[in-house]
Design a protein around this ligand. Structure first.
Ligand code: NDP
Length: 329
């Protein structure tokens, strides 16, 4: 391994947070028992927030951002891993308080790593990334609730984004009838190619919700929060469920208890960051079984490290479609 490696670094001074593309040395690596040669990373909404400084995602300085990566172990003193093992990292504060994936080398705790499932390249693993793995956690929550394809239609909000696109792909492959909600009607063909049987405009979902609406959906995956989520909840059928994972619309939830106490609707909170290894391994194994890799390929936009700042601005503007993978080395 060469003595220096390329990396993004975020520093902070009185004027605020600053992003630079720089050269680091082994001494700059953070504590950990596994050193990984990073092959691919990805761009999630949270990475966009970190890179642009739009929200205080990064809470330790200097720090390399990037909440996930996939690569090959170079050195390990952790009994679970040895040199040349292929691994994936999602979350656990990486890219927030521990240096992350936008660097050619990363050092982390082996307790945070998952073995890359057989059949996935590092590029495909990052096409899934935190967004896709969160979509899988959402699908698992709905399955555990007992939602089956015969129960009725499933609604997915933010469908042209990362979490939404993978949720669509997974649910349609599992035999569910999926309705996509999007603010980008021009992406209808794309959404149908991923398995949406119906595409709805998100505008009506952003208006103030009534406590109860028509019962339309057996379940939903929501990435938006705010009025969008309030409208989704009001339209869930009796005993249905919503997996809630994002705040692309808003952090608030302007609704009432009516759907919960009159229709027995359940809300499942989805957190990818601190999910246990057991949960992660289940999600990745299911991903290996249930994801159509050809369709996954159709939603990939591959970029170089140099293109990251521009793409970060684009994901904040809501113009990024599907999944962005970042080729590192
Ligand atoms: P993307 O930016 O790829 O997708 C978000 C999508 O949400 C957009 O593409 C857009 O889809 C839709 N959207 C944007 N603005 C609004 C709005 N005002 N109202 C309704 N919908 C909107 O981000 P990701 O898919 O990576 O992440 C989605 C959300 O999930 C984020 O809030 C992120 O923080 C969260 N998240 C949470 C995780 C967890 O652990 N809980 C893990 C990963 C992500 P369209 O154009 O189709 O409408």
């Amino acid at each position: 391994m060469s003595k220096t490696f390329k990396a993004y670094q975020i520093t902070k001074d009185d004027e605020g947070q600053k992003l630079s593309f720089t050269e680091l040395t082994q001494e700059d690596l953070m504590d950990g028992d596994v050193t990984v040669k990073v092959e691919y990373s990805t761009l999630n909404y949270k990475d966009g927030l970190a890179l642009t400084g739009r929200a205080p995602v990064v809470r330790r300085f200097p720090l390399t951002p990037g909440i996930d990566f996939a690569g090959t172990v170079v050195e390990s003193t952790n009994p679970r891993f040895k040199a040349n093992d292929r691994v994936i990292l999602n979350g656990f504060g990486v890219g927030e308080v521990h240096s992350g994936g936008y660097a050619e080398v990363a050092r982390v705790s082996g307790d945070w790593l998952v073995t890359t499932p057989e059949g996935f390249t590092s590029r495909q693993a990052m096409a899934v990334g935190t967004a896709g793995y969160t979509a899988m956690l959402s699908v698992l929550a709905l399955e555990k609730h007992g939602i089956e394809p015969g129960n009725g239609k499933i609604l997915v909000t933010g469908a042209a984004g990362g979490v939404g696109s993978v949720a669509l792909l997974l649910l349609s492959k599992l035999g569910y009838q999926v309705t996509a909600v999007t603010g980008r009607p021009q992406e209808e063909d794309y959404l149908r190619s991923l398995g949406a049987s119906e595409v709805l405009d998100r505008q009506p979902f952003s208006e103030k919700a009534r406590p109860l609406g028509k019962e339309l959906w057996a379940a939903a995956v929501d990435v938006a929060g705010g009025n969008t989520l309030a409208n989704v909840i009001s339209q869930i059928r009796y005993a249905g469920a919503v997996a809630v994972c994002g705040l692309a619309d808003s952090m608030s939830l302007p609704t009432s208890v009516a759907p919960f106490i009159l229709r027995g609707v359940s809300l499942y909170g989805i957190d990818s960051v601190m999910a246990s290894l057991e949960v992660r391994e289940e999600a990745w194994q299911r991903m290996a079984a249930d994801l159509d890799l050809e369709l996954l390929e159709s939603m990939i936009n591959e970029i170089s490290l140099a293109e990251l700042p521009n793409e970060a601005a684009a994901i904040m503007a809501g113009t990024v479609r599907g999944r962005t993978v970042v080729k590192i080395s």
